[in-house]
Design a protein around this ligand. Structure first.
Ligand code: BES
Ligand code: MN
Ligand code: ZN
Length: 483
């Protein structure tokens, strides 16, 4: 899709539809469209359109101007309009026009500029909202927006922001595709191939096989892979854009989580293809960072495996030894995420990273607590937690911090091993994080539980139902603003 910047008036822009943003209650903003049109808009304001948040009204354009149609979109109360309102309006408007078969879209930016809000968010929302997943449909969706024209003065700043946004969103698409792909086409080997496809001069990708993981002593990770015929792949990416210590990003990469011997109920089990959403987000970030040639060093680690029951599967009560030497009593084979992430954390420490961030669909309790709306965040480093909170607010990929209280240590004490892999029902969101803390120890580390946010059950303004690709935008913002 093309994104154009043109410094012309909306009346002169030939397009299928021109988007005109409005704030609540003000029908008078666009004088240049003539008095007849002004009347029509006033009429709309007295009936079905008021400029409320995400309200839409498509109408034929008046005689004598170049756009074919006008789409009114509401931003809400003038005093309350935020960058996020604009993102949502962009998403809603673009998806609506696409659904109507429009190919050439333009947006007026005079109102947004007058509110001193970022134009780029409108494009960001539009691009995010136009995502579709058609890989398995015979009838491909022929409705495709060909171009979005931003009616604004061009500037270096706008061009830079657009480049950043386009690159990041294309990584969000990449992550969403990986996550939406069912597990029969997204095995650990498929995920490894996706990682390998990112190889560049500054970006190396190493895929470790089972025997390599054995040599390294990653018994916790390997214990999860035992029930599956699909070979596990421990994927390591290194992006070198500068000198200095790397930031290590770990993404839980269970390509299907059946629960293993502690089998999950069949209701909703099909969704467990998204248990590699953390890994997909890490790949997305590294892809974008390398495309933008960012001056940072990143390590990406994806401990990929399926979690299946089988004749050789791990059984409750089994004990695994992790790369750090710590032993884990496996009480519940469905608490597999922490096992693979624990070994990934132990492995990450070998790079002496400045910080480790793990992104994982770790617990059902996360969605119980926060629904689809926020990531649960826990960690051992105040500065890192605060930085992530800032980026979460910037991107609206919101985080909510949960505590890591010393007392949780008791919950995961084992009678026979150093730790056990579940602390029971009560506190299961935080005890899962505490388990990881036992492996991160003193290294600055933050855990992001995306079990509730990685998959949305019904369309959001710029996230179509399905994989959200969450954390790509969040971590990219974190890297951009890292100090
Ligand atoms: N992948 C699941 C967590 C999950 C559940 C993600 C629902 C997305 C939606 C994880 O491996 C899991 O099964 N966790 C268990 C842990 C329990 C057995 C201690 C859970 O939260 O139920
Ligand atoms: Mn599980
Ligand atoms: Zn899982």
């Amino acid at each position: 899709m093309k994104i154009l910047v043109k410094n012309i008036s909306g009346t002169n822009c030939a397009c299928d539809a021109l988007i005109l943003p409005f704030v609540e209650g003000d029908s008078e903003f666009y004088k240049e469209f003539g008095t007849a049109f002004q009347k029509q808009i006033r009429k709309a304001f007295s009936k079905e359109f008021h400029g409320k948040r995400n309200e839409l009204l498509l109408m034929p354009a008046p005689e004598g101007i170049k756009p074919e149609r006008i789409l009114l979109v509401g931003l809400g109360k003038k005093k309350e309009v935020s960058a996020e309102n604009i993102r949502q309006a962009g998403g809603k408007a673009a998806a609506h026009l696409c659904g109507q078969g429009m190919k050439k879209i333009a947006v007026s930016t005079t109102l947004i500029s007058s509110l001193k809000l970022p134009l780029v968010n409108l494009v960001e929302g539009a691009l995010l909202g136009l995502y579709t997943f058609n890989r398995y449909r015979k009838e491909k969706n022929s409705k495709k927006v060909e171009s979005i024209t931003i009616l604004s003065k061009s500037s270096k700043r706008l061009a830079d922001e657009l480049k950043w946004t386009r690159t990041v969103i294309s990584s969000v698409y990449f992550a969403r595709d990986l996550i939406n792909t069912p597990s029969n086409d997204m095995t650990p080997s498929d995920l490894a191939n996706a990682a390998v496809s990112l190889r560049q001069k500054n970006l190396s990708v190493k895929v470790m096989e089972k025997k390599d993981a054995e040599k390294l002593g990653m018994g916790a990770y390997l214990s999860v892979a035992k029930g599956s015929k699909e070979p596990p792949k421990f994927i390591v990416l290194e992006y070198k854009g500068s000198k200095g210590k790397p930031l290590a990003l770990i993404g839980k990469s269970i390509t299907f989580d059946s629960g293993g011997i502690s089998l999950k109920p069949s209701d909703g089990m099909e969704k467990m293809k998204y248990d590699m959403a953390g890994g997909a987000a890490v790949l997305g970030v590294i892809k974008a960072a390398s495309a933008l040639k960012l001056p940072v060093n990143l390590i990406g680690i994806l401990p990929a495996t399926e979690n299946l029951p089988g004749g050789s599967a791990t059984k409750p009560g089994d004990i695994a030894r992790s790369i750090t030497g710590k032993t884990v009593e496996i009480i519940n084979t469905d608490a597999e995420g922490r096992l693979v992430v624990a070994d990934a954390i132990g492995y990450a420490k070998r790079f002496k990273p400045k910080a480790i961030i793990d992104i994982a669909t770790l617990t059902g309790a996360c969605s119980v607590a926060l629904g689809n709306e926020a990531i649960a965040m826990m960690g051992n480093d105040r500065k890192l937690l605060d930085k992530i909170k800032k980026s979460a607010d910037n991107t609206y990929e919101r985080v909510w911090e949960m505590p890591l209280l010393d007392e949780y240590k008791e919950y995961i004490k084992s009678d026979v091993a150093d730790v056990k892999n579940t602390g029971g029902k009560s506190g299961s969101l935080v005890t899962a994080a505490y388990f990881l803390y036992e492996f991160a120890e003193k290294t600055p580390w933050v855990h992001l539980d995306i079990a509730g946010t990685a998959w949305v059950e019904k369309d959001k303004p710029y996230i179509p139902k399905g994989a959200s690709g969450i954390c790509v935008r969040l971590i990219m913002d974190l890297i951009k603003n890292w100090k």
